[in-house]
Design a binder for this molecule. Structure first.
Ligand SMILES: CC(=O)SCCNC(=O)CCNC(=O)[C@H](O)C(C)(C)COP(=O)(O)OP(=O)(O)OC[C@H]1O[C@@H](n2cnc3c(N)ncnc32)[C@H](O)[C@@H]1OP(=O)(O)O
Ligand SMILES: O=C(O)CCC(=O)C(=O)O
Length: 403
């Protein structure tokens, strides 16, 4: 674990993250694994369909980035999923390969047929789903699941017990389910699943401790982003001792998506100080691949990925964008494969004009002329309601310096 907030021109985050009293209040596990579900939950984004080749390419890139596990699909969904998972399993990746399964023997048989290392055994426990959608009790769930966990384990699979909509489960239902499962056949790990993305970080921390007290199992956290807190709740889970975070690249997933892989990687490595082997500079390659294959473009202000994240129009401090980026940003643009950029418009100042003239090789001018150019740049930016192109700026400079 690193206990410092800055590294070697690469990032400079808040030192308070590492304040002894802050660190002492956390129960960080020594290692946190990433279980990436882009190929299953990410593909559940309405309208997204990855081909077999897409899935192989994405899995290879996820492995290169350093994710510990790839949830390669739910074989029951289609024969293509079976083919893709089989091919991915044969690649010999460092990442372990998991499949998604209902509590059904046939789904476990498919995981075995696909050559998976592990299986996510999903069952409902959230009260609205349990009662209204399925008409089941906790006991129905428990009796269906226990033999399936045993079957998966007997066949050498890592059995991740995944009672979904966990955060809307009644206390008694979740307690009874956990106790029954532990009495009959302990899985290898258990997921706390915020299916609807509706729990606070504090509630998640409480649940991590509670479920761990009940079961003694490694805890995995799987969240969605409906309140914009998918990543925050997963990181909160880690601070309460969760051992594995689930993700989707680019934050793909049902509705508002799942916790974003790239944000979790940056959060674990930079904000919490985990010494990981993630290849952060490869994030843009994966992001582009996902955007192109999912047909979902990356928003320009998306954390970690947005192409606008290191562009600055505001004049104050503009020199530092290129010359000393950590004055202006928490991370150096190159850490995640980006470049800083200075643009001109309504919010420019004199320093912006001087900077841009230098960048474009337009020479030096006296202060009054710079001021006059600045006034024109601001007026043009306001009229255009956008930033200026270099050509537009060069035209202004030419007009204002014409003898
Ligand atoms: C939070 C969630 O929504 S969880 C999963 C979401 N993911 C998906 O739905 C993936 C895409 N889905 C699909 O391709 C299809 O819906 C399939 C292949 C999974 C299933 O399709 P269908 O053949 O229509 O199956 P259907 O939905 O009718 O369910 C079949 C059986 O599975 C049972 N079942 C559903 N979930 C589970 C579960 N987690 N564990 C055990 N049994 C389950 C149903 O009760 C039903 O049982 P029955 O035949 O005794 O009535
Ligand atoms: O979301 C789903 O549809 C399946 C289960 C899951 O991944 C979840 O509950 O978040």
């Amino acid at each position: 674990m690193r206990e410092t907030h800055l590294e070697d021109g690469k990032w400079w985050v808040s030192p308070y993250n590492f304040e002894p009293s802050v660190r002492e209040s956390l129960n960080l596990p020594e290692k946190v694994e990433i279980h990436d579900a882009t190929l299953r939950d990410g593909e559940q984004t309405p309208g997204v369909v990855f081909s077999v080749d897409d899935k192989i390419e994405i899995a290879t890139k996820l492995d290169e980035l350093g994710v510990d596990r790839i949830e390669a699909g739910m074989p029951a969904v289609s024969p293509d999923d079976v083919t893709a998972i089989k091919e991915i399993s044969k690649l010999g990746l460092k990442s372990k390969i998991f499949t998604f399964a209902r509590a059904m023997k046939t789904d476990i048989d498919l995981a075995i047929e696909c050559g998976a290392d592990g299986v996510v055994i999903e069952v409902p426990i959230g009260y609205p789903k349990l009662v209204t959608q399925f008409g089941w009790t906790w006991r129905d769930v428990a009796e269906k699941t226990a033999p399936i966990i045993k079957y998966a384990k007997d066949n050498g699979l890592h059995a991740l017990f995944f009672p979904y909509d966990t955060t809307r489960a009644r206390k008694d239902d979740l307690t009874n389910l956990c106790n029954y499962i532990m009495d009959h056949t302990a899985p290898d790990s258990i997921g706390i699943v915020d299916t609807m993305g509706c729990a606070t970080p504090e509630a998640i921390k409480h649940m991590v401790r509670w479920v761990n007290d009940m079961t003694g199992l490694p805890i995995e956290i799987h969240t969605h982003n409906d309140f914009g807190m998918g990543v925050a709740t997963e990181l909160a889970a880690v601070t309460a001792g969760a051992n594995c975070v689930h993700s989707c690249a680019n934050g793909l997933g049902e509705r508002t998506g799942n916790a974003a892989l790239e944000e979790l990687m940056m959060g674990l490595h930079l904000l919490y100080g985990y010494d990981t082997n993630y290849k952060l500079d490869k994030i843009p390659e994966l992001a582009e691949m996902i955007a192109q294959k999912s047909n979902i473009p990356i928003a320009r202000n998306k954390p970690v990925l947005g192409h606008g994240n290191f562009i600055r129009e505001s004049g104050i401090g503009i020199n530092y964008v290129m010359n000393d980026p950590l004055v202006m940003f928490a991370t150096h643009p190159s850490l995640t494969g980006k470049l800083g950029e200075v643009v001109l418009g309504k919010k420019s100042g004199k320093a912006s004009i001087i900077y841009k003239m230098g960048e474009m090789g337009l020479g030096e001018l006296d202060d009054d002329t710079i001021g006059a150019i600045l006034a024109e740049v601001k007026a043009a930016g306001i009229a255009k309601r956008d930033v200026l192109t270099n050509d537009e700026f060069a035209n202004i400079v030419a007009a204002m310096t014409k003898k």
